[in-house]
Design a binder for this molecule. Structure first.
Ligand code: C2E
Ligand code: CA
Ligand code: CA
Length: 437
């Protein structure tokens, strides 16, 4: 960015656009300030603007500069020069070092909103902040800024929450996330991932109706890592697309193995994380898997989570229609957990609804939940869809769900997710080891 206009002091200590300290000066001055005022508790605040790059694209660079100068002028006027300092590190990033009891974040955000709105730029420009209340004054200033930055990243894009405080949990999470990301490629190459299968039970016929493939990670040092930990990380860094494909292939391999041994199979459902819908070769990939393992499409059910519908409805509808043309049964996972369950039901040609576990959790506490569950089952039946109720753990839950009619159940009551060997033994017990024609 180029310096424009006349600034009161321009020198290498300052950011030429805004006249605030630059990053290097800020680090030196913050260290001096914390040393001189050791009896005062300070906070480091990192701030930036939502979608600043878009603003620079949409408008002239002058507009971006005007916003940055307006914010800087506000900081200069607002902060007490004897106790607080501020800087612009780069682009739209500002950092403040302020005594904690002088920091009124609510007011700062409000004031910035007012000042920016007064510029009459036809775009919603919002400042966000992450705050690190300094506990360890000996920590390098850089690391203090990293911590405030971590809190900031946590809320970026949320709109409702404009600022957040750093806590120790965030640091642990970040370290864990880095560990997961650093290990994932090797884990896939070295076969540390495997699938477990959770049978889905038909209480009326007393048999196994289908199964869900769930990924498991056995790390040679860290042991078993829970999917609850690594799936969200892989959804953020994109690795889930490759892992999902691995899981689908493992499911196909198992089906083929049993068929080759002359044993019966039930459909295996696999999870399709929402990121998959951005890969246009997805239907082709699935069709190739069927060919490679010589399977019929009913043997692989596709589980799409309800939340994928909110991302991109048209694209999802398009994909689901293609899956249907290829003959795959499509199942909606976590049904009832989102905001648009009924809308989605109206639009999507689905075969099965899998009711979100939250319903079963509250069944015994709330008569209303029991009624809603009953109507979901009826609704599915009227629409010609089958239904799976997930998370069934007790006899009472099983009995209630079975009383609703034609439903299948998935949950610890019947079986936990099992290693392949145990799953096969269970299948053989229920279906007989010979293929039933
Ligand atoms: P999900 O797809 O809703 O899978 C069901 C989860 O509920 C599984 O947890 C399963 O072990 C658990 N569960 C089953 N019955 C019961 C029960 O009676 N009580 C309780 N409390 N839990 C039960 P898991 O295996 O830890 O997986 C968690 C989530 O991770 C899955 O939720 C899914 O969103 C994701 N996931 C697992 N494997 C894959 C995969 O291969 N690909 C993708 N994209 N996501 C996966
Ligand atoms: Ca699932
Ligand atoms: Ca589910």
């Amino acid at each position: 960015m180029r310096a424009e206009g006349i600034l009161p002091i321009i020198g290498s200590k300052y950011d030429s656009l805004t006249g605030l300290y630059n990053r290097e000066t800020f680090i030196t001055e913050a260290r001096l300030l914390l040393g001189a005022r050791y009896n005062i508790k300070y906070s480091i605040v990192c701030m930036d603007i939502s979608c600043f790059k878009i603003i620079n694209d949409l408008f002239h660079a002058d507009t971006g500069n005007l916003i940055l100068r307006t914010a800087a002028d506000y900081f200069k006027a607002k902060l007490n020069p004897r106790t607080a300092i501020s800087c612009r590190t780069d682009a739209d990033h500002f950092v403040l070092c302020v005594p904690s009891d002088e920091l009124d974040m609510e007011q700062i955000i409000k004031d910035l909103d007012t000042h920016i709105q007064a510029l009459h730029i036809s775009h919603n420009i919002l400042f966000f902040a992450g705050i690190y209340p300094i506990e360890d004054v000996h920590l390098p200033i850089d690391q203090m800024c990293d911590r405030a930055g971590m809190a900031l990243r946590r809320i970026k894009g949320s709109y409702l929450t404009r600022y957040a405080y750093y806590d120790a949990k965030m640091r642990e999470q970040m370290i864990e996330e880095q560990l997961i990301t650093g290990n994932m490629e090797a884990a896939l190459l070295e076969n540390q991932f495997t699938i477990y299968l959770q049978p889905i039970y038909d209480p009326h016929k007393d048999t196994v109706a289908s199964a869900e493939a769930l990924v498991r990670w056995f790390h040679p040092v860290h042991g078993m890592v829970s999917p609850g930990k690594f799936i969200p990380v892989f959804e953020r860094n994109g690795f889930i697309v490759r892992l999902d494909r691995f899981v689908w292939e493992e499911a196909c391999r198992l089906q083929r193995k049993r068929l080759d041994e002359g044993k019966s199979v039930v459909p295996i459902s696999v999870n399709l994380s929402r990121l998959n819908f951005y890969s246009l070769d997805l239907p082709e990939f699935l069709a190739t898997l069927l060919e490679k393992y010589k399977l019929e499409p009913w043997m692989l059910k596709l589980e799409v989570t309800e939340s994928a519908y909110t991302d991109n409805q048209l694209q999802l509808l398009d994909m689901i229609s293609t899956f249907k043309e290829l003959g795959f049964p499509v199942l909606m996972d976590d049904f009832g957990s989102g905001y648009s369950s009924l809308n989605m039901l109206k639009d999507m040609p689905l075969d099965t609804l899998k009711v979100d576990m939250a319903f079963i959790r509250e069944l015994e506490k709330s008569e209303r939940v029991a009624i809603i569950l009953k109507f979901i089952v009826e609704l599915a039946r009227e629409l010609g869809m089958s239904i799976v109720v997930e998370g069934v753990e007790t006899q009472a839950q099983r009995d209630y769900v079975a009383s609703l009619g034609d439903v299948t159940i998935q949950g610890y009551y019947f079986s936990r997710p099992l290693p392949i060997k145990d799953y096969e033994a269970l299948l053989d017990k229920y279906l007989g080891s010979e293929k039933a024609d």
